[in-house]
Write a protein that binds this ligand. Structure first.
Ligand code: ADP
Ligand code: MG
Length: 247
């Protein structure tokens, strides 16, 4: 396969292993001092799995998720997603790949303040050149599912944190991505709001059999997970269900 062909390089195929991370290392340079955050990390994930990523603050969870989404590049090692080696393609190809195949949910929502709720959800479809009436109706359906159909013309700063995150969830799912990456999606929400947001996420992801890797300490999500891994010392440790529920 030629990696110089953006069509070939960015359209993920469904056969083969879904996600394979091999010997991944990330070293940040702070002035003269190198800081190794990921240190030869290996990881595989199958289609349809819900995997929870644990690890104390600063252990490298966000770094790891950013390398899988292709938002950042590794110091060494490979991330292969449906047969495409993300470390071997250009930044532009990675951007196209991410838009088409990955749905991202961040701790800080990351909605675009100058776009309405509906426009935020439609943007990834528009960028992918897939915005038509059917897709638009599907996006409105998603807004209904997250309980915000009546806010479609509001701007994000008019919404509460929980509402903004529900919009971000709809945005992450509207283009039907192969993989959803969520980075502590309730980290900025109070307990009650977090509970409601997690309930929606649970319903949209787990019940629909979508594939998700989520950094969270939410007990309900851990209870639903197919696997729980913990980032410690720059590598991933697989936890048994008993160990995971004791955390
Ligand atoms: N751009 C950066 N430059 C230097 N150090 C960074 C950078 N981003 C993250 N780090 C450091 O890498 C470590 C892991 O960070 P992060 O991946 O954000 O951890 P987590 O998401 O688990 O809290 C932390 O020590 C953090 O300070
Ligand atoms: Mg983080």
């Amino acid at each position: 396969m030629s990696h110089s062909d953006p069509q070939t390089a960015t359209h993920a195929k469904s056969e083969g292993s879904f996600l394979t991370v091999n010997d991944l290392t990330k070293v940040y340079q702070e002035g003269d001092i190198p800081r190794t955050v990921l240190n030869g990390l290996d990881f595989v994930m199958a289609e349809g799995e819900l995997v929870v990523l644990l690890g104390r603050s600063g252990s490298g969870k966000s770094t790891f998720l950013n390398l899988i989404s292709g938002m950042d590049t590794a110091t060494s090692g490979d991330v292969t997603f449906s047969g495409i080696n993300l470390t071997a393609i250009t930044e532009q190809e990675r951007t196209i790949f991410r838009r088409e195949n990955i749905g991202l949910i961040f701790q800080s929502f990351n909605l675009i303040s100058t776009l309405t709720v509906l426009e935020n959800i439609l943007l990834p479809l528009e960028l992918n050149g897939r915005l038509n009436e059917t897709q638009k109706n599907a996006a409105i359906d998603f807004l209904e599912e997250v309980g915000l159909a009546d806010r479609k013309d509001s701007y994000p700063d008019r919404l509460s944190g929980g509402e903004q995150q529900r919009v971000a969830i709809a945005r992450a799912l509207a283009h039907d991505p192969l993989l959803i990456l969520a980075d502590e999606p309730t980290g900025n929400l109070d307990y009650k709001t977090a509970e409601a947001v997690m309930g929606i996420l649970q319903q949209l992801i787990h019940d629909a059999g979508r594939t998700m890797l989520i950094a969270t300490h939410d007990r309900d999500i851990i209870a639903l997970a197919d696997r729980v891994v913990s980032l410690q010392g720059g590598v991933l440790i697989e936890l048994s269900p008993e160990e995971a529920s004791a955390r």
